[in-house]
Design a protein around this ligand. Structure first.
Ligand SMILES: NC(=O)c1ccc[n+]([C@@H]2O[C@H](COP(=O)([O-])OP(=O)(O)OC[C@H]3O[C@@H](n4cnc5c(N)ncnc54)[C@H](O)[C@@H]3O)[C@@H](O)[C@H]2O)c1
Length: 346
């Protein structure tokens, strides 16, 4: 029997992680009766993972950069949301190429969503829980070997700047008691299924996903397998299943008054745990799982812009703060990520 009922609004629910999140919430909190409001500029599909569960779901097709569409998210038959996962957005290449669109969608609509949430309360008359998905792209410039929660964010691109502006909003709206918020800074989540995304990091998935399917992939870093740059270029990554579990942990953290006291008082931004892989490590993991023939499908076309952007990202973070808040970290490295992809998508 359900002991709890929660209305969960997910924006960007037609996207990759947004479409997987309802299933993960139901899996990890089977006792909760969820009512999902799934919103996206592209009509979201009702996740098949909800079939046969007691959870309910409605979908809303809405361009959230148009303020007039916001109201509908808060006036569904399920009432006001208890929790908002703010996940819609224009990814890194997209927001660099169309700066105005990136600002409108990534910044202005997030502020508008926060404003709407500010003037509502949950059924228990509490501020709405607001979970914003941010990114390691908020970092840049000169970084220490291991980034700490105290390391300044100095982004070097539109996407990172937009995410950082929203992190400040979330901290400020929480300080004022308008929402109960957190920004979770995601590692690069890999491997991503489907066609390549409009993200600079898309190649990290591509050089695994395409060879697994017997197709050629372009690696924009390095001139060949022996190039030392493959060892030097590192990316901070996590598996989808672990990251989605951390989305659920973020909600649980904010609902636990004792645990949430451990969030540093001056920032509501938390870097989610991950691990560093070099491009060399990724290729080696592919070799271990699928063999030399798969690796031979990787072709090298060095792109200096991609290299510059990837090199501006931090290579490693201190996970200890996030772990102390209850978040979890992958235990099985990049091979584990490839095996999870194979199990779910092949
Ligand atoms: N996937 C990653 O590796 C990663 C890493 C760091 C941060 N993030 C963040 O996590 C969130 C989810 O990532 P994802 O990989 O699922 O992204 P995604 O690109 O698959 O999904 C984003 C969704 O936002 C929607 N959207 C875009 N403009 C919109 C608008 N005007 N109104 C309504 N919806 C709109 C898109 O249609 C898309 O479905 C994003 O905010 C992203 O920035 C992801």
């Amino acid at each position: 029997m359900a002991i709890d009922s929660q209305t969960i609004l997910i924006t960007g629910a037609g996207g990759w992680l947004g479409s997987l999140l309802p299933g993960k919430l139901v899996e990890l909190e089977p006792e909760t009766s969820f009512k999902f409001v799934l919103a996206d500029i592209v009509e979201p599909k009702i996740p098949s993972s909800l079939k046969g569960t007691k959870s309910e779901c409605i979908t809303i097709k809405a361009d959230l950069s148009d303020d007039s569409n916001m109201q509908a998210l808060f006036t569904t038959k399920y009432g006001k949301p208890d929790v908002i996962y703010s996940m819609h957005g224009i990814m890194s290449l997209g927001s660099e190429e169309n700066w105005d669109l990136g600002m409108r969608v990534n910044v202005d609509s997030t502020r508008a969503l926060l404003e709407k949430a500010r003037h509502q309360k949950t059924k228990q008359d509490k501020p709405i829980t607001f979970i914003f998905t941010s990114s390691v792209a908020t970092y840049g410039g000169q970084l220490p070997d291991e980034v700490l929660p105290s390391t300044s964010c100095t982004p070097e691109g539109a996407y990172g700047t937009e995410k950082l502006i929203c992190e400040y909003y979330v901290t400020e709206y929480t300080r004022k008691g308008f929402v109960n918020g957190i920004s979770i800074k995601l590692p690069t989540i890999v491997p991503r299924p489907g066609p390549p995304s409009r993200a600079t990091s898309a190649f990290v998935s591509g050089i695994v996903r395409e060879p697994l399917a017997g197709q050629e992939a372009i690696c924009p870093i390095g001139s060949g397998l022996e190039d030392a740059i493959l060892q030097q270029t590192g990316v901070w990554v996590a598996k989808p299943s672990t990251t989605l579990a951390n989305f659920v942990k973020a909600k649980q953290l904010l609902s636990n008054t004792d645990l949430s006291k451990n969030i540093l008082p001056w920032s509501r931004s938390v870097q989610l745990p991950g691990f560093t892989v070099s491009v060399h490590d990724i290729i080696q993991a592919l070799r271990n799982v699928k063999g030399d023939d798969a690796v031979a499908l990787i072709k090298f076309e060095h792109d200096e812009t991609c290299k510059r952007i990837v090199s501006s990202w931090p290579r490693a973070f201190d996970n200890s703060y996030a772990l102390s808040l209850g978040f979890i970290v992958d235990q099985d490295g990049f091979e584990g990520a490839i095996k999870e992809y194979r199990a779910n998508h092949m």
